[in-house]
Design a binder for this molecule. Structure first.
Ligand SMILES: C[S@@+](CC[C@H](N)C(=O)[O-])C[C@H]1O[C@@H](n2cnc3c(N)ncnc32)[C@H](O)[C@@H]1O
Length: 283
């Protein structure tokens, strides 16, 4: 198995951050396709019907909270807002511009067991998790969130999908969203900056099995420097069926699913499964 660079290597300097932003501006379906933006407003009617009183919004891996802002356009103002991201300045920015009666922001590492900081418990809670599952281990993360949830809480999460029934064929259809000039510039700059230095080589994009779930398709950018290969970037592209199997493994229960018309991105609204024993996936 090739060595894998940590995801942080792609964002480790302001210059890399600027190159990533160019990729986002040039390639993000969220910015270029109104149907994808509308997706983030569709759960509001279900949520409004089920919330009986005040609620808290806990925005996990929220960056600047752009998607949460769209969701909240159709919702009453949360009684409490907690924004949590590995990047504290992004969490602060999200807390500043999202509406709520009371607010807090935190640094969090979603790839590890959650620290003992208090999530609010007095109200029903909506956890959001947008754009995070492609890059973090999905099942352990969903299990960690499920263990926090009580009856009346919701988790609304997004997944970038492989459209169609076959994950590998579906992922190949969206490969051009990654194999393009701005993405190459960003990843090649990350390779140049990485220490210990990588040998001269070339970037190759492809679809590979996820190392931990062989039937799950992963888009990878690999640095080929014979005889060694490094994985520079990866993004999981599950089918809908695979996402729904993760939901069951985490002992969550699906209430609604929303898909954008091309089937490349979906939102799932889930709650704790009734009479469940807490999921015990090892962290
Ligand atoms: C692809 S961005 C998605 C941002 C935003 N939710 C959206 O959908 O536009 C992934 C976000 O997750 C955050 N992130 C990455 N790894 C994380 C981790 N281990 N713990 C917490 N946040 C993380 C990043 O800082 C970034 O804000």
């Amino acid at each position: 198995m090739p060595s894998e660079l940590p995801a942080s290597a792609l964002y480790s300097s302001p210059a890399l951050g600027r190159l990533w932003k160019k990729v986002h501006q040039a390639c993000s379906p969220f910015l270029h396709r109104p149907a994808v933006r509308r997706l983030y407003q569709r759960p509001t009617s279900v949520l409004r019907k089920t919330l009986a009183g005040p609620y808290s919004l806990i925005a996990l891996g929220c960056a600047e909270g752009t998607k949460e802002a769209l969701l909240l356009l159709g919702m009453p103002k949360p009684a409490f807002l907690l924004t949590a991201d590995t990047n504290l300045s992004l969490a602060r920015r999200a807390a500043r511009h999202l509406p709520a009666r009371k607010k807090a922001f935190r640094n969090i590492d979603l790839s590890r067991p959650f620290p003992a900081f208090q999530f609010p418990t007095a109200t029903a809670r909506i956890f959001t998790l947008f754009g995070v599952l492609p890059n973090l281990e999905p099942v352990p993360l969903l299990c960690r969130i499920a263990r926090l949830m009580k009856s009346g809480d919701w988790l609304l999460f997004s997944a970038n999908l492989a459209p169609g029934k076959s994950g590998f064929a579906g992922a190949r259809k969206v490969l051009s969203q990654y194999n393009n000039l701005p993405t190459r510039r960003w990843l090649e700059a990350s390779v140049r900056r990485y220490r210990p230095k990588l040998p001269p080589g070339g970037l190759e994009f492809g679809v590979h099995p996820d190392p931990r779930e062989k039937t799950l398709a992963r888009i990878e950018a690999r640095w080929i420097a014979h005889p060694k290969t490094w994985i520079i970037f990866s993004s999981r592209r599950p089918t809908m069926a695979q996402v729904e199997s993760w939901i069951r493994i985490a002992h969550l229960k699906k209430t609604a699913r929303f898909l954008e018309p091309r089937g490349e991105e979906g939102l799932w609204l889930v709650g704790p499964a009734p009479s469940r024993s807490p999921p015990s996936h090892p962290d």
